[in-house]
Design a protein around this ligand. Sequence first.
Ligand code: THU
Length: 133
Amino acid sequence: MKDLEQALLARSRAYTPYSNFKVGAAILLKDGTYILGANIENASFGLSNCAERSALFSLYSQGYKKEDIVSMTIVANDHGPVSPCGACRQVMHELLPKDTKIVLANTEGKTMETTPDGLLPYAFVLDEKPKDE
Ligand code: THU
């Protein structure tokens, strides 16, 4: 419940003059800290940043690491639990631990639980790639 409250608090900080679709993300850390992120839009639309990436970039920027993360909750006023975009799925897959509990929610309290692999099966990862000659 606290997780959803924190995600709603993050959502209240969204800057969305263009879409008016507000999204909030709250990442719980092992020490009990929450790192919040909201979507921040721009008149040059392509420069807008989603809530999920705002939260994760903020977390790393503040000196926290993947190992500090327990769970991530994302909320929006959508028909069902909010569905993160493809770009965020790729970023979440790399920056969250493999077993992270990800809770997708809407403002009516509908939720679903998933993981980084659940959101992005067969993700692109920068492991050792074969090299051309
Ligand atoms: N958006 C997010 O912040 N997260 C999502 O999971 C989906 C989309 C934002 C981007 C844009 O500011 C607005 O929602 C409408 O696309």
